[in-house]
Design a protein around this ligand. Structure first.
Ligand code: FMN
Length: 386
């Protein structure tokens, strides 16, 4: 068998774990070892110090025979590294690992970003159930534990030295902005008119113009900025209640202004999918439309290969799109939300994403707000449209 090391690999000293009584007696110090964070695996693998020599001995893309490595480093450790997927073999079992490793390399990931993305993925998290089980973390308990948060505004100089600005002029945009309030109470009966869905998607996610900047390189002009002008964020829809659009899973085509049907499960299945997607947050799960913002990392990394800023910039792109979605929904008289608490694995499964060249960033949603609120909303000015 031929083995290679992963293209992207981060190894760090593992935080010490409390020793068991047995370990204390046997002087076994394996509780304070090293750990590998390999994005092609997505879970950490405990290492021993001696294992680092194995990776040191293998250059990127260099293959070595399992027999040779076993002779040099011992069969037991090489077996462990192969079984844990940290050494990638040419056998059939490792086909998915080889594919993921190649995908990471071809996509052009910068290692720390790949680690952050891969290890920040959620699977099977249910925030609501967890809160019910262990109790909600109250602000009071946070203050007792950590003291008060840093102050709400940053005071760097004494007030008498401030240059106080004239009162702000207000326009229609301010009126809209103060109405924007994250909605956590959607009307479960209301069906969204298809025309409203179409208008919102067009304003937020459609290309308003296209231009071929070089042969084969087409730039999109959207209503929000995008790092490098690449607009790598795609909109995937989970539709629950829209007139004339069957409940289902869709992708929005940004230049064709069209929905591409990815699946039409029944309404009960769709409701369960929505809940799993937003990690059990029931206050978001019943919105008539949920929009997964997923990044085509490869489109951004085509320009910014192995780049330290590229992944950050993609998160910023999503923030701009989200604000446009909030404001457009608000102008239409609807409520909207964004959540970063999502089950990435569910998003990938529902929308056929490999998670590495294209992966989930956040989920937005919108629909008619119902009142009075049951789930808490932050509307101190009382301006949210109900
Ligand atoms: C990136 C991002 C992620 C968020 N994630 C969640 C979330 O997981 N659950 C939730 O209930 N609200 C979430 N929110 C909404 C915030 O709680 C909300 O914006 C904040 O409380 C301020 O309220 P406002 O949006 O009504 O002004 C998120 C907001 C942002 C910008």
């Amino acid at each position: 068998m031929i083995l290679k090391r992963p293209t992207l690999l981060l190894i760090e000293r593992a935080p010490p774990r409390p020793l068991s009584m047995q370990q204390l007696l046997s002087k076994d110090d394996s509780a304070s070892g090293w750990r590998a964070l390999a994005p092609h695996l997505g879970h950490e693998v405990p290492l021993q110090l001696a294992d680092l020599a194995v990776f040191d001995a293998l250059a990127e893309d260099e293959a070595a025979s399992r027999a040779d490595l076993s002779l040099r480093f011992g069969t037991e450790r090489i077996d462990y590294l192969v079984d844990s997927g940290l050494l990638i073999g040419d056998h059939a079992d490792h086909e998915p690992l080889r594919l993921r490793d190649r995908l990471l390399k071809d996509t052009g990931w910068w290692t720390p970003a790949a680690v952050a993305h891969s290890f920040g993925r959620w699977q099977g998290i249910d925030v609501d159930a967890d809160q019910k089980r262990v109790g909600k973390r109250t602000l009071g308990s946070l203050i007792r534990q950590h003291g008060p948060p840093p102050p709400e505004a940053l005071e760097l100089r004494a007030r008498q030295d401030w240059l106080v600005l004239p009162a702000a002029r207000k326009t229609a945009l301010d009126k809209l902005l103060v109405q924007r309030t994250t909605c956590r109470n959607f009307d479960p009966e209301h069906r969204l008119p298809a025309a409203d869905l179409a208008s919102l998607m067009h304003r937020v996610f459609a290309a308003q113009a296209t231009q071929e900047l070089a042969p084969g390189a087409v730039a999109l002009k959207k209503n929000s900025p995008s790092g490098g002008g690449l607009h790598p964020i795609e909109a995937y829809l989970l539709v629950q209640r829209v007139e004339g659009v069957p409940p289902g899973l869709y992708h929005y085509h940004s230049t064709g202004h069209a929905l591409q049907v990815l699946g039409l499960p029944d309404a009960d299945q769709i409701a369960a999918m929505a809940k799993e997607l937003v990690a059990g947050q029931a206050w978001f799960a019943n919105a008539p439309v949920l929009v997964l913002m997923a990044a085509r990392f490869k489109r951004n990394f085509w320009k910014y290969r192995n780049h330290a800023k590229a992944w950050r910039v993609i998160q910023l792109d999503a923030g701009h799109l989200s604000q446009n979605l909030y404001l457009t929904a608000t102008e239409m008289g609807y409520g909207a939300f964004i959540t970063g608490a999502i089950n990435d694995e569910c998003a990938e499964r529902l929308f056929e994403l490999d998670g590495l060249s294209t992966g989930a960033i956040a989920v937005c949603g919108f629909g008619r707000r119902i009142g009075p609120p049951v789930a808490v909303e932050f509307d101190p000015l009382g301006k949210a449209v109900r």
